[in-house]
Design a protein around this ligand. Structure first.
Ligand code: ATP
Ligand code: MG
Length: 438
């Protein structure tokens, strides 16, 4: 992509309304703009990161056996009356009336809708297990939207729903999601620690939050130091036994302020191993059994012909919140440092003298070769001062910067910079391409 034809409105000054670094950087790097309180437009660069994160989440969900669909944002209030949550949900639910005076709502989550879909189609225990997910905008009329996309009113969520015949099968579905979450956050360059959690208004008896440690996080967390260093297994056999992975992540103390038990923390964890920190909730998984299937009459025929209510779980990931969490975890004074897997472009190509024909020809050649190698490149071909170009590239945080100017061309080299370390080297174009394409 040529920057001269792109839309990248960067800001030099620190926006006054942003209290935390990720919000400041997301505004400055031209990723988002606020349209009204807690509601954001995703500008091209931000949209690209959103898509990268969504793709990783979808991929890991599919590997764990979940199947993607897409449900609407607007829902009928009647469904929520069936489950009893229409009144229980309170002020956070955005309620809408259509022209025929029918009560509608902008979905804050989709348990009722997915239960409605499957109850009409699932007939027999032979149709199970089933796990369906979608990535869709949610609306929650948060009393205090803040920190940019971290606590928005409109936000993008991945939500999955599992359906099983009995508790053991449902527990297995939960464990698969647990492990898929470890994998997906790890791929995004994040360390997310699973913690026992309250089940809140969704209800149920088994729940974990996945928390990214960050000083600006909204939750206070208490955990065993060892959990911070625990590696994530790279190869996972979802048909195999997942309990050892789950145990290594859950048999040491880890809890958020909501569920934290000080006496238990002190009894279980040596003083030297105790970590008290702040964190961002990026995912939340629940097992809630028949909480929705009973009142909504979602049943299948068991092996002996009897009708059995479905055992369910739900599994959320805050896709738009993840951008904020990743930026909190990965930045420096100059700007964002995107982990490779979620970076909007892999390389920023900087032309030092776009008006000079030789330089332009060398840059166009490098751009064509990068593109041919499948390396997504943002090519700064604008007629701008080099200093401003470097500052923009550092701010938007692409993993590599390649700079081409008249001096380098004379020596037969380009300059390659690694954004994460600041390390620079001069080398011939073909060597640079080898390094980047790795
Ligand atoms: P929180 O405790 O932060 O309010 P929650 O427990 O209400 O979140 P869930 O119902 O568990 O949220 O939703 C699943 C995921 O959606 C959360 O783990 C979080 O990552 C994301 N999420 C929830 N609310 C918001 C919001 N207002 N803005 C952005 N992401 C959100
Ligand atoms: Mg939650």
């Amino acid at each position: 992509m040529r920057l001269s034809r792109y839309f990248l409105p960067v800001m030099k000054d620190t926006p006054a309304e942003a209290q935390i670094v990720s919000h400041r950087l997301m505004l400055r790097a031209g990723l988002i703009r606020q349209m009204s309180s807690g509601i954001y437009a995703w500008l091209p660069l931000g949209h690209k990161v959103l898509q990268k994160i969504s793709a990783i989440v979808s991929d890991e969900m599919a590997k764990a056996g979940a199947v993607e669909l897409l449900m609407p944002t607007l829902q009928s209030a009647d469904l929520w009356r069936e489950s009893g949550r229409y009144d229980a949900y309170g002020e956070e639910m955005l309620r809408i009336t259509d022209r025929h005076d029918r009560d509608m709502l902008f979905g804050p989550t989709n348990e009722e809708m997915i239960t409605d879909i499957v109850r009409q189609e699932l007939k027999s225990y032979k149709d199970l297990p089933l796990n369906l997910f979608h990535i869709q905008w949610k609306f929650r009329d948060e009393i205090r939207p803040r920190f940019g996309v971290m606590r928005g009113r409109e936000f993008l969520m991945k939500d999955a729903y599992s359906f099983d015949l009995d508790f053991d099968a449902s527990r297995l579905a939960y464990n698969k999601m647990f492990v898929a979450y470890l994998r997906m956050f790890d791929r995004m360059g994040l360390q997310a620690i699973p913690m026992r959690a309250d089940t809140g208004p969704i209800g149920g008896d088994l729940s974990h939050e996945f928390i990214v440690l960050a000083d600006t996080g909204e939750s206070e967390v208490f955990l065993h130091k060892g959990l911070v260093e625990e590696p994530v297994p790279t190869e996972i056999d979802y048909e195999g036994d997942l309990t050892s992975i789950i145990n290594s992540k859950t048999n040491r103390y880890a809890a958020t302020d909501e569920i934290h038990d000080a006496a238990k923390f002190e009894a279980e964890v040596d003083e030297a191993d105790r970590v008290t920190a702040r964190g961002i909730e990026v995912g939340h998984i629940f097992h809630f059994g028949t909480k929705y299937s009973e009142p909504m009459n979602a049943k299948v025929q068991g092996p002996n012909g009897e009708l059995i209510p479905l055992q369910m779980g739900s599994y959320g990931v805050g896709i738009s919140r993840l951008l904020g969490a990743i930026v909190e975890a990965s930045h420096d004074d100059d700007g964002i440092i995107w982990p490779e897997a979620v970076a909007p472009y892999q390389v920023g190509l900087i032309s030092l003298r776009p008006k000079d024909e030789t330089v332009s020809a060398a840059c166009d050649d490098a751009y064509a070769k990068l593109t041919a190698l499948g390396v997504d490149t943002l090519y700064d071909d604008r007629d701008e001062r080099p200093g401003a170009k470097f500052a923009t590239m550092d701010l938007i945080g692409l993993p590599w910067q390649m700079t081409i100017g008249p001096k380098g061309i004379e020596k037969g080299v380009v300059e390659l910079k690694r954004r994460a370390t600041g390390e620079k080297q001069e080398l011939p174009l073909d060597k640079a391409l080898e390094l980047i394409a790795g």
